[in-house]
Design a protein around this ligand. Structure first.
Ligand SMILES: Nc1ncnc2c1ncn2[C@@H]1O[C@H](COP(=O)(O)OP(=O)(O)OP(=O)(O)O)[C@@H](O)[C@H]1O
Ligand SMILES: [Mg+2]
Length: 308
C-alpha cells in the first residue's frame, strides 16, 4: 500500500553496478502465484524426505537490543523505530503486524542487513552486524538470508537460469554445481523449459517463481517476507503459506513475515504487533493453522465451461 513517506528500500538507494549492489540483487526475491514446490537442489534435496517437524532451538538468530531508526529528511526527523528489543530463536515462525507506518518494513530492512540502526544493536546469528560495512553486510545476506517481497526483483535481460545461479556465484559455488542446482530449483517451481527466457519473456507469476528459486538456492537460515501474499488471491496465499510452513517445519528455517492480514498471521507460531515504532504485543499462537490441511479441503480450481 502506498502511503505518504513510503519508504525507499535501502537497496534502491545503492549505486547500480557495485559488487554490494549486485549481491543485493542476487539475494532479493519475492512471491509466486501457482503450484509452488520446494526446490530440490542438492543442498535442499532432503526436503523430499518426510521429516519430523523440528522444534525451535533456543538459540537466538535475531537479537535487536533497544534499536532505534531515525530518518532525516531535510530538517525533519522521522522516528521510525523508538527502541525495539526482540529475540527470535532458530526455527521460529514469526508474523509481524501493525498499522501502516508503525515500523514493520524498517525493522525488516535492519534484520535483513539492508539498513543499519541509528542507535542500538543488532546481532544476527551471533554476529554483531550493527557496525559492519556495506560489503560485509552484503556477504552475510548472501550466505544467510532469503528475501521474499511483494514486488519481484530479477535482473532484466538475464535468463531465468542466470538469475537463479547468481546467488551461488557470489557464494563461490563452482560452475557445474551452480548450473545443476539452478536447473533443479527451476524445475521444482515448474519452470522446466523456461530456463533461457529473459525476465521480460516470462509472465509475472513465472518471474515470481524464478525469484523464489533464487531465494532458496543458497539454503538460507533465515527467510524474510514483507507482505508476501499482498498481491495474491486467497488460494494462492494459502499455497504460499504451505511452502513457508514446510520450509520452517522440515528444514528448520527461521521465518519472519510481515502481514496486514490476521488470517495469514495465524499460520505463524508467534505474532508481534508494532505500534508507533515500538512493540505493542508479542504473543504465541497456541494452535497455528496448517496450510496443507486447508489446501486439501479447498475445492479444485476449474475453468468455466464455454457456453454454446
Ligand atoms: N527511507 C525513508 N525515509 C524517510 N522516512 C521513512 C523511510 N522509510 C520509512 N520511513 C518512515 O518511517 C516510518 C515507518 O515506516 P515503515 O515503512 O517501517 O512502516 P510499515 O509499518 O512497514 O508500514 P506499511 O504497513 O505501510 O508498509 C513511516 O513514518 C515512514 O514514513
Ligand atoms: Mg511496510
Amino acid at each position: 500500500m502506498m502511503q505518504h513517506g513510503q519508504p525507499t528500500r535501502a537497496w534502491k538507494r545503492r549505486g547500480a553496478g557495485s559488487l554490494a549492489h549486485a549481491k543485493e540483487e542476487a539475494t532479493m526475491s519475492t512471491t509466486f502465484t501457482s503450484e509452488p514446490q520446494i526446490p530440490m537442489a542438492p543442498t535442499v534435496a532432503r526436503l523430499g524426505v518426510p521429516l519430523i517437524a523440528q522444534a525451535p532451538e533456543l538459540r537466538p538468530v535475531i537479537q535487536l537490543d533497544h534499536t532505534h531508526k531515525t530518518y532525516t529528511m531535510g530538517d525533519v526527523e522521522v522516528h521510525a523505530l523508538r527502541g525495539i528489543s526482540l529475540k527470535i530463536n532458530k526455527g521460529e515462525f514469526v508474523a509481524i503486524m501493525g498499522a501502516s507506518g508503525s515500523g514493520k518494513s524498517t525493522t525488516m530492512n535492519i534484520i535483513g542487513c539492508l539498513d543499519r540502526p541509528t542507535r542500538g544493536k543488532y546481532v544476527l546469528d551471533g554476529e554483531d552486524v550493527s557496525e559492519m560495512s556495506k560489503d560485509e553486510r552484503a556477504d552475510i545476506r548472501c550466505q544467510k538470508i532469503g528475501f521474499v517481497f511483494q514486488g519481484f526483483n530479477l535482473l532484466s535481460r538475464t535468463s531465468a537460469l542466470e538469475n537463479v545461479e547468481l546467488p551461488m556465484l557470489y557464494a563461490g559455488v563452482d560452475g557445474p554445481a551452480r548450473h545443476e542446482r539452478a536447473m533443479d530449483a527451476l524445475a521444482s517451481v515448474g519452470l522446466t523449459g523456461r530456463e533461457q527466457n529473459h525476465s521480460n519473456q516470462l509472465s509475472g507469476g513465472q518471474q515470481q517463481r524464478v525469484a523464489v528459486a533464487r531465494a532458496l538456492v543458497n539454503d538460507p537460515a533465515l527467510i524474510l517476507a514483507d507482505e508476501p501474499t499482498g498481491n495474491l488471491d486467497s488460494r494462492t496465499s494459502v499455497e504460499v503459506m504451505e511452502i513457508f510452513q514446510r520450509l520452517n517445519r522440515e528444514r528448520g528455517i527461521t521465518l519472519v513475515l510481515v502481514t496486514h492480514e490476521p488470517d495469514i498471521a495465524s499460520y505463524a507460531s508467534r505474532v508481534i504487533v508494532f505500534k508507533d515504532g515500538k512493540i505493542k504485543k508479542d504473543s504465541t499462537v497456541a494452535k497455528p493453522r496448517v496450510a496443507a490441511e486447508e489446501l486439501r479441503k479447498m475445492p479444485a480450481v476449474v475453468d468455466d465451461e464455454d457456453e454454446d
